[in-house]
Design a protein around this ligand. Sequence first.
Ligand SMILES: NC(=O)c1ccc[n+]([C@@H]2O[C@H](COP(=O)([O-])OP(=O)(O)OC[C@H]3O[C@@H](n4cnc5c(N)ncnc54)[C@H](OP(=O)(O)O)[C@@H]3O)[C@@H](O)[C@H]2O)c1
Length: 280
Amino acid sequence: MPRVGLIGPGRAGQALVRLLPPAQYEIGPVLSSSFTSTRRAVRRMRLGTAAASYDEFASCELILIAVPDDAIAVVARDLAAVSFPFRGKVVLHTSGALDSSVLAPLRARGASTGSLHPLQTFGRGLLSLAGVTFAVEGDQRALRLARSLINAWHGKLLRLKASQKTLYHAAATFASPLFTPLMEAAVRLMGHAGVGPKTAVRALRPLLATTLENYMHSRKQSWTGPLARGDAETVRRHLEAVGRVDPNLARYYRAAARAALILFRRHPKLQRLLQKARIP
Ligand SMILES: NC(=O)c1ccc[n+]([C@@H]2O[C@H](COP(=O)([O-])OP(=O)(O)OC[C@H]3O[C@@H](n4cnc5c(N)ncnc54)[C@H](OP(=O)(O)O)[C@@H]3O)[C@@H](O)[C@H]2O)c1
């Protein structure tokens, strides 16, 4: 049974190892940025053993690095400095934006290297990775191991070239990290309209669900509302009212509305109006 070590037991790392079938993978050492947080993570996961140094990863076939993107290069450099051999080991990182070249020091030590990015958000506890797409790239051996992990999670594999990763990840950023603030903007404006956050979230849910469903069915043809119709007077009233209660949200609205009209090549007059609209 392959022994898996985890460096970076944060949101993504914990979920990924927790959802591996225990009959197929053994979770070994876990290491975080401090021993206190490592122990806390191991207690929470009820899996693996808290490691105090990289030396404890000598017995792992797979080392999964799930630290923030900016820390991967440092982890790769420091891990590569250990004395145990890397031949036969696979090291994968979980970043969406970076490719496996960031693991070059480990590759130079004989490790197979790759990246495996779950196209999923781990903001809350997740019960399954079934149906989730994983973008993978790397050398042959790393890809083979990534494929068996994805099968174990019942996920879907998406092969990417290293050069495609940053754009792929920017695309994913539109679908989740840039989407959450849009919803928060809607809830805040409901607050200014006198509707509390709980009621607002409940009321917006069917609208959101149908918007998503419709988009899946007919993509940009599903676009509705004042921008799609080109209702300039309504848009002008929105900007004025939002600008009075929250100028930052009015600027957000203006920028998003203009970008949407340019994206869909609709209503050039309204595009110009939005460009010129002044917000206090
Ligand atoms: N969150 C998501 O939804 C998501 C989805 C797909 C992919 N990813 C990818 O997964 C990776 C981690 O993201 P995340 O959101 O899970 O981050 P996170 O929740 O902030 O967790 C990062 C983990 O890395 C540890 N860490 C930081 N620096 C370290 C170092 N130098 N050595 C060892 N451990 C270190 C942190 O320990 P401390 O707690 O002690 O600081 C923490 O356990 C990123 O590459 C991200 O792109 C995340």
